[in-house]
Ligand binder design. Structure first.
Ligand SMILES: Nc1nc2c(c(=O)[nH]1)N[C@H]1C(S)=C(S)[C@@H](COP(=O)(O)O)O[C@H]1N2
Ligand SMILES: [Mo]
Length: 565
């Protein structure tokens, strides 16, 4: 017996009204709809039609690669609505996998709705066009309010219309042509309507089985075509988007380069240690963007607005024509756990924020600098951070290359010593001066602290703890950081014994992490290593274990290592 036969029998036998009905409350009453005895097949048709509709919106999206697709604007809307509603989890963690899960979830919900529409359309053929139009309208509405997509209304509307037409037509065709030889879906004999409305013990008559098999074939084919064309459209769109957002001019050299002295890196000396400079490819990525904004630099503008005497507008070329500086700065995500890797150091090349703000002449009551992203994200920090001598840049380059798209091309903010969520706005389009109390950045109403200075942190890189080490001399090494304050000392202890000073490589500046190492005379057994740092002000790293929310994790990184004799 095919697995779906149970469903057919089950749905036919729900006269008591007590069993759960797979189609929801609407499918509950037997005998009131002569053509309604094919709910399973109709649901499958609905799923297939929804899949084709979604694929159509993705395919139309290829025509305008810089515009997020309807699926993405709906996802963005969900992020905007629900990011941070789960207070207990690290709500900033929109890593690649979370984004994939969100998109897959949206697709699955759409397909489930398609199933319901399919069943409904069996009784009321108008339900298909109505439901697909409604879904398209919702997608178009999300698109026309999306910070990026709203600038491209034609592709948004075209995608919605294409989705609605493809979905409605596909549903109609599938119901009519696959469910049975009769021309009307209402009379489709998926299960022979007997006087009592019951199917045979095998789940249906022979023609009904044939009809179901045919439906399954059609649906699988339709979903295959949908998945294939959506995948292909996505790949093509990505390629075209990358090409349209290629830097129009080479990145000029910096006039002022804060070089990293040769002696400050233990990269070669200590295998397994975190490199002093993180490559662009290895750099962590955190943001709320489902689709990386692809900005054509020649059409991009950076405006300085708000509480300023004079609004200023920059182009990509005008920024690049200025005197650029290059400084290594460690940036970190507030969601980083103790020992985690949401932290990295790059040589950031760009224009000092102080110089740009000076030209706009902030008013005395401008206590906050807010970075606004092309995709609507915002992050704000005290104006004091621009004037207190730390490095704060509008960065256009990362490790000698134009900013990669995922790290904010054409320009982003980088402020030494502040967590990314309050400072490091990528895809920067506006720097808005406000008063601290008048505006809160994206994450603040979602439960994160208003101010986000990076807490002093340290991490053990080697030994990794996953492999046993041999007794004797073992190199313990890692990184420690307190950007803008610097690191004065790093200490290590074994099995909660006395703290020992580690060797700290000379720091290139206070803005980036230092690598440290310590020579351990390891004795056999299961050993617990711990590290802590003292920052440039002499303050000891906070040893109390605390989670990332609301203002950054604390605690000393602890690693258990097995030592063999
Ligand atoms: N436009 C935009 N900029 C953003 C974010 C974002 O969600 N959108 N996230 C911020 C956060 S929380 C962090 S930690 C840093 C991460 O920068 P990276 O991805 O280049 O490492 O970007 C910041 N800038
Ligand atoms: Mo972050």
């Amino acid at each position: 017996m095919p697995p779906y036969a149970h469903r057919v029998n089950g749905s036919e036998g729900r006269g008591t009204g007590s069993e759960p009905s797979p189609g929801g409350p609407r499918g509950g009453r037997p005998g009131d709809r002569p053509g309604g005895r094919a709910p399973w097949g109709a649901a499958v048709a609905g799923v297939a039609a929804a899949g084709l509709a979604l694929a159509a919106t993705e395919v139309v999206g290829v025509a305008s690669p810089a515009t997020p697709t309807l699926l993405q604007v709906v996802g963005n809307w969900l992020v905007e609505r629900f990011a941070g509603s789960l207070r207990d989890v690290a709500v900033q963690l929109f890593g690649t996998n979370d984004k994939r899960a969100l998109v897959i979830g949206t697709v699955l919900v759409s397909l489930a709705l398609g199933a319901a529409v399919g069943r409904l359309a069996l009784r009321r053929p108008a339900a298909g066009p109505v439901a697909f139009s409604f879904a398209a309208a919702a997608g178009i509405a999300a698109g026309l309010t999306d910070p990026i997509a709203r600038d491209h209304p034609i592709p948004v509307v075209a995608a919605g219309v294409a989705g609605a037409v493809v979905g409605a037509v596909a549903l109609r065709l599938l119901l009519v042509r696959a469910l049975g030889p009769s021309s009307g879906a209402r009379r489709a004999p998926l299960v022979r309507p007997g006087p009592s409305g019951e199917a045979g013990p095998d789940g249906g008559t022979a023609p009904a089985r044939v009809a179901r098999r045919r439906m399954l074939t059609w649906a699988v084919t339709a979903l295959g075509i949908s998945a294939g064309s959506a995948w292909f459209a996505g790949a093509l769109r990505g390629r075209r988007a990358a090409a349209s957002a290629a830097p129009p001019v080479p990145l000029p050299a910096a006039a002022d380069v804060a070089a990293v002295p040769a002696g400050s890196a233990l990269d070669a000396a200590v295998p397994g240690i975190t490199p002093l400079i993180t490559s662009n490819a290895d750099f962590y990525r955190i943001d709320t963007a489902l689709d990386v904004p692809r900005i054509a630099a020649d059409r991009w503008r950076l405006r300085i607005t708000g509480l300023v005497e004079r609004e200023v507008e920059h182009t990509y070329r005008s920024l690049l024509a200025r005197e650029l500086v290059e400084v290594p700065i460690t940036i970190q995500c507030v969601s980083n756990e103790v020992g985690g890797d949401l932290v990295g150091t790059a040589r950031w090349r760009g224009v000092p924020l102080a110089a740009l703000l000076d030209e706009a002449r902030p008013r005395p009551d401008a206590t906050q600098v807010v970075g606004v992203s092309a995709d609507g994200f915002t992050a704000g920090f005290p104006t004091r951070a621009v004037t207190d001598g730390r490095h704060a840049l509008v960065a256009v380059g990362m490790n000698g290359r134009p900013l990669p798209a995922v790290h904010g091309f054409p320009a982003r903010l980088v402020v030494a010593g502040l967590y990314g969520y309050v400072s490091a706005t990528k895809w920067l389009t506006e720097i808005r001066l406000t008063r601290l109390e008048d505006f809160d950045g994206f994450w603040i109403p979602r439960g994160w602290a208003k101010e986000g200075p990076i807490k002093t942190a340290s991490r053990i890189d080697v030994p990794t703890g996953s492999d046993a080490v041999r007794a004797g001399r073992v190199v313990v090494a890692g990184v420690a950081w307190a950007p803008a304050r610097g690191i004065r000392a790093v200490q290590v202890r074994v099995d909660r014994g006395p703290w020992r000073d580690a060797d700290v490589a000379p720091a290139a500046s206070d803005d980036l992490w230092v690598q440290w190492r310590w020579s351990w005379d390891a004795t056999p057994g299961t050993r617990t290593l711990q590290v802590r740092a003292v920052d440039g002000t002499g303050a000891l790293q906070d040893g109390r274990a605390a989670p990332p929310a609301p203002d950054g994790a604390t605690g000393w990184h602890t690693r258990t290592v097995t030592v063999r004799r």
